[in-house]
Design a protein around this ligand. Structure first.
Ligand code: DON
Length: 578
């Protein structure tokens, strides 16, 4: 209801009082829908990448072909997060109902070790500031390119060369940027100047980028051409690999030829669970996303949250408490499944989730001290991961989140190859109990080991309703990713929003530690609700000008079979389709 009131207010501002009267008479008309298409759609962080993916499908390609083309295009037009020097995850659901996932997350290099970010490399040393975040030592072995070829081998139908070529064209011919892109490229340029000098692949020829400039990246065009002509060997062997290893030597990194040659993505069973009439398909470890989402939704299902109202005191309380409990379990149990035993079934067990909520009461907040991780018995915010959602005209769907970790990753450019290396190593737990850049803590399950994957929060997700494709959803946002996906799904299922409204709605976040709720800067819960929450014992409510959570890019299959985009109002996300 509050959401509707806001829409009315907006409507008064936008269309004037007289037409708003008309809208007041029919609340349905208030719903703000995103772009609607009949058959196929891509929603991504950049209009050119969405268009390239959509073009592939118009030519007869499937969602997987579109995924590959969109991903390579994002590596060019969205360089802070789109990448070939990073990694990510893909969830898929085919039109026959089969589902699964690809883990193309980065891996720790062979020379990595548990104490590599501690003073003198010793177990009792303090964490050395920024060592896991800035510079080549923060880089994990990239997985994006190998992942794209793995997707193509299993599901692709078009010639790989034709899927990479549009990205090469963007590099060589260039693309025009908007004012917002100029601002963000200028910020990136400054970050990159520090480690790469002032004349690198992302430098403006005129000193600063401006609206209308044409951005080119010849070196990246050359690298993509090597990949086009030699397959993933064009990245993991030969000239590109030589340049990566050379860059490592220059910037005190440790990735070797052997690391690059050994890299393989992994097809994994997805995490699946039911929520009422819905089935949710999400990412298994090495991401924490699917298990945490299953826990949060499983605990939510025990309460009639829809009847509480969107962002009412009770709804916020319930969601904060499910988030608190899920992140507590995350800290202890989740890590790379190829290295640690994860009690997945126990963590998702409905009885456990019920027991876990036994000490929750609407009368008083829990504290994070009293919520312990399952036993046998904050977030610095940025939008520098990128998510895209695709549905093709055959009814296949893919949900892909990929990242360099922070914006422009390690800030190291592979000299001569035109791409930026990730700083994903910070997602490991550098020292037990010491928070990473997103404020999340971990222990031995997520300790550094050679060839291990660092724990992620990326949560690419697909939702079915009564056995049919219903939603494709995901977002960047570090540790807030899981809560953003959770809230977006509930906004549609429980609070009756359109896809666009659900994506645009303000969000909030709790992650067990620190014990505080973070509200997005424009989350205008009324003073009464805030006071009520304080009184109930949720004292630490953080709000700030810079707090923005995620950029959800989602697609909803409407009852009439049409597709509705939810392209996040936060930043320049865009939908394309037919
Ligand atoms: O894998 C993860 O969870 C993080 N590396 C994601 C980073 C991210 O979303 C940054 N942008 N907000």
């Amino acid at each position: 209801m509050k959401y509707l009131l806001k829409a009315v207010l907006l409507c008064v501002l936008i269309v004037g009082v007289s037409s708003c009267k008309e809208q007041n008479n029919n609340e349905i008309k208030q719903a703000k829908e995103g772009v609607i298409t009949d058959k196929a759609m891509v929603v991504s962080a950049h209009h050119l990448a969405s268009k390239i993916g959509s073009n592939v499908m118009e030519k007869g390609g499937n969602a997987y072909d579109a995924m590959i083309a969109t991903s390579f295009a994002l590596a060019v037009v969205h360089p802070s997060a789109g990448n070939i020097g990073g990694g990510g995850f893909m969830i898929y659901r085919n039109n026959d109902g089969t589902n699964g996932s690809l883990d193309f997350r980065e891996k720790a290099p062979l020379k990595a070790h548990a104490h590599m970010y501690l003073e003198d490399g010793k177990a009792d040393g303090e964490v050395v500031k920024n060592l896991s975040l800035i510079g080549a030592l923060s880089t994990g072995v990239p997985g994006t390119v190998e992942g794209a070829f793995a997707v193509h081998k299993k599901f692709g139908t078009m010639d790989m060369k034709d899927l990479i070529q549009p990205a090469i064209d963007l590099c060589i011919e260039g693309y025009e940027i908007s004012k917002e892109e100029a601002i963000y490229l200028n910020k990136g340029q400054k970050k990159l100047d520090v480690l790469n000098g002032e004349n690198h692949a992302y430098s403006s020829p005129n000193g600063e980028w401006e609206k209308g400039d044409i951005v080119k990246n010849m070196a990246l065009g050359k690298t993509l051409t090597l990949i086009r002509d030699n397959g993933s060997d064009g990245f993991y062997k030969g000239e590109t690999a030589d340049l990566i290893v050379k860059t490592m030597k220059e910037h005190k990194g440790i990735i070797s030829h052997e690391d690059l040659e050994k890299y393989k993505s992994v097809w994994r069973e997805a995490i699946t669970f039911d929520y009422k009439d819905y089935k949710v398909i999400s990412m298994a470890p090495s991401s924490s996303g699917g298990i945490c989402l299953a826990q949060m939704m499983g605990m939510t299902e025990l309460y009639p949250i829809g009847s509480y109202g969107f962002q009412s005191t009770k709804a916020i309380q319930l969601m904060v408490e499910t988030e608190r409990r899920a992140y507590a379990d995350r800290s202890k149990h989740l890590g790379d499944p190829d290295f640690v035993e994860i009690p997945t079934a126990k963590l998702m067990n409905k009885e456990y989730l019920k027991r876990n909520m036994a000490n929750f009461s609407f009368e008083k907040a829990n504290t994070s001290e009293e919520i312990r991780p399952f036993e046998e018995q904050y977030t610095k915010e940025s939008n520098e991961t990128t998510h895209f959602s695709i549905i093709d005209s055959f009814g296949n769907a893919v949900s892909v989140t990929t990242t360099l970790n922070l914006g422009f990753g390690s800030r190291v450019i592979v000299d001569g190859a035109g791409f930026i290396l990730n700083n994903e190593m910070d997602d490991f737990s550098s020292k037990p109990g010491v928070p990473n850049v997103f404020g999340v803590v971990g222990g031995t399950a997520n300790a550094i080991q050679p060839e291990k994957r660092m724990l992620s929060s990326m949560t690419p997700t697909i939702v079915e309703k009564k056995g049919k494709l219903f939603m494709v959803v995901g977002t960047p946002g570090g540790s807030t990713i899981i809560t953003s996906v959770y809230q977006t799904i509930l906004n549609v299922i429980e609070f009756g929003m359109t896809m666009q409204e659900a994506v645009d709605a303000p969000r909030f976040h709790h992650q067990w530690k620190p014990d505080s709720i973070k509200f997005e800067r424009d989350m205008d819960i009324d003073k009464v609700t805030e006071k009520e929450l304080n009184k109930l014992g949720y004292p630490s409510i953080k709000r700030g000008n810079s707090i923005i959570m995620g950029q959800v890019d989602a697609i909803l299959v409407k009852e009439n079979g049409k597709l509705e985009a939810g392209a996040d109002r936060r930043n320049y996300n865009s939908a394309a389709g037919f």
